[in-house]
Design a protein around this ligand. Structure first.
Ligand code: NAP
Length: 369
C-alpha cells in the first residue's frame, strides 16, 4: 500500500470508491499475507495491509511529555534515524496525530511535519519505498460535526505533504457525541482522502456504535487504537478486545512497552524522569521486578531482549498490531527483532499470570465510559 506524496502540498486527489457492504470477520480471518518477519496483515476488513508492528511517532517534536521538555537538532536527527532504521528493518507502518508536537499540546514541532519531511527525503533517495501512514483527528470540544473532520484531515495532509493518508483515526471520543465525527470519517473515505478509518480510546459500546454507523455506508471500521501491554490489559477486561475480534476490527496497541517500563531499562534506582516518573514510580518498578526477571529469562532462551519478548506477547494475542514509540535507530531496530518468531502458548499464559499479580498503572479513564 503506497502512500502518495503530494507534488504540491495541500492538494488532495479525490477518487471514486466502490461501496461494498462490510462483512464482520472473526479473529481467525486475521490472515498473514506472508509468514516471515516482514509479514503484512490486513487492518480489519479494510483493504489496507500493514506490517505486523508499527512505529509510534508521538515523541517526535514533542516537548510536553517526552524529551525532557526540550527539542533540538540532535533529537531530530535521532528521530529521522528511527524512521530510516524502521524501513531498513522492514517496518513501514507509522502512527502520528495532529496533536503530537503541535502548538496545542505545547510541542516544539509537529510530528506530522517531521514525518512528512522524513518521507519526502527517503522518497528522494529511494522512490520505490512504500510507507503506510496513520494519523488522528483531535476531537476537541469546539469542533462540531462531520465537516470538522474533513477540515482537520486536509490540514494533516498538508503538514504530511501527502495527498491521502492510509489510516485516519478519531483520537478520542467527542464530548458532545460521535455521530458527526463518524460521518466525517465516512466522508473522508468517499472523497478518497483516506484508505481506511479507525477510532482510538473507544469503549466497547462506542466501538459497536461506530462500526454500525459506518457499516450502513458500506465502510469498514478498520481499527481501535487503545492502551494495551502486558501490564495494562484493560482491553481484555473491558470487552474491547473481544468486540474487536468479533467485529473484525484490528486492535492497535499503544504504549505496548509501557513507555519503556517493560524494557528493563528503568529500575527502582533508575526510574524514568519527567511525567513518566509519576506513573512508573520506584515502588511500581520494585513490584515489576519479578515479572521483568522472568521476561528476561524467557528472552535469553530465544536470544531476544525483554522489549522483543513483550512485543511478541502482544502479537501472540492475535488481531493486535503494537506501535511502540522509537526515539532513535537502535530502538527501532530492536523492535524489528520482535517479529519472525513466536513465544509458546505456555509462555504467553505464564507471563499474563505473573503480570496479573501486579496492580496496573492508571490508564486513560475515557476507555471505560
Ligand atoms: N491513541 C492514543 O491516545 C495514544 C496514546 C499514547 C500513545 N499512542 C501512540 O502509541 C505510540 C507508542 O506509545 P508510547 O510512546 O506512549 O509508549 P511505548 O511505545 O510503550 O514507549 C516508548 C518509549 O519507550 C522507550 N523505548 C523505546 N524503545 C526502547 C528500547 N528498545 N529499549 C528501551 N527503551 C525504549 C523510549 O523512551 P525513552 O528512551 O525516553 O525511555 C520510547 O519513547 C505513540 O508514539 C503514539 O503513536 C497513542
Amino acid at each position: 500500500m503506497a502512500t502518495h506524496v503530494s507534488s504540491a502540498a495541500c492538494l488532495s486527489v479525490p477518487c471514486q470508491r466502490k461501496i461494498q457492504r462490510v462483512r464482520a470477520v472473526a479473529s481467525e480471518d486475521f490472515a498473514a499475507v506472508k509468514t516471515n518477519g516482514n509479514e503484512k496483515v490486513k487492518l480489519g476488513a479494510s483493504d489496507l495491509k500493514v506490517t505486523r508492528l508499527g512505529i509510534g511517532a508521538w515523541s517526535w517534536g514533542d516537548t510536553s511529555y517526552w524529551n525532557n521538555f526540550e527539542w533540538d537538532d540532535r533529537k531530530m536527527k535521532a528521530a529521522k534515524a528511527a524512521f530510516d532504521a524502521s524501513i531498513d528493518n522492514g517496518i513501514t507502518f507509522f502512527d502520528t496525530a495532529e496533536v503530537y508536537g503541535s502548538r496545542i499540546s505545547f510541542g516544539a514541532i509537529s510530528s506530522e511535519t517531521l514525518l512528512g519531511r522524513f518521507i519526502k527525503e527517503r522518497k528522494e533517495k529511494n522512490p520505490e519505498v512504500e510507507v503506510v501512514i496513520a494519523t488522528k483527528f483531535a476531537a476537541l470540544p469546539w469542533r462540531f460535526g462531520r465537516q470538522s473532520v474533513l477540515t482537520a484531515l486536509k490540514d494533516s495532509l498538508c503538514r504530511l505533504g501527502l495527498s491521502s493518508v492510509d489510516l485516519y483515526q478519531l483520537h478520542w471520543p467527542g464530548v458532545w457525541g460521535n455521530e458527526g465525527y463518524i460521518d466525517g470519517l465516512g466522508d473522508a473515505v468517499e472523497e478518497g482522502l483516506v484508505k481506511a478509518v479507525g477510532v482510538s480510546n473507544y469503549s466497547e459500546r462506542r466501538l459497536r456504535d461506530a462500526f454500525e454507523r459506518l457499516n450502513k455506508r458500506g465502510i469498514p471500521l478498520a481499527s481501535n487504537q487503545v492502551n494495551y501491554s502486558l501490564i495494562y490489559r484493560a482491553p481484555e477486561q473491558n470487552g474491547v478486545k473481544a468486540a474487536c475480534d468479533e467485529l473484525g476490527i484490528t486492535l492497535i496497541a499503544y504504549s505496548p512497552i509501557a513507555q519503556g517500563a517493560l524494557t528493563g531499562k528503568y529500575t527502582p534506582e533508575n526510574p524514568p524522569t519527567g511525567p513518566r516518573g509519576r506513573i512508573y514510580t520506584p515502588e511500581f518498578l520494585t513490584r515489576l521486578q519479578p515479572l521483568l526477571n522472568r521476561i528476561k529469562e524467557i528472552g535469553d532462551n530465544y536470544s531476544k531482549t525483554a522489549t522483543q519478548v513483550v512485543l511478541n506477547w502482544l502479537i501472540a494475542q492475535e488481531n493486535v498490531v503494537p506501535i511502540p514509540g522509537a526515539k532513535n535507530a537502535e530502538q527501532a531496530k530492536e523492535f524489528a527483532g520482535a517479529l519472525g518468531w513466536r513465544l509458546t502458548g505456555d509462555e504467553v499464559n505464564e507471563l499474563r499470570s505473573l503480570a496479573s499479580e501486579i496492580s496496573p498503572v492508571i490508564g486513560f479513564p475515557i476507555e471505560y465510559l
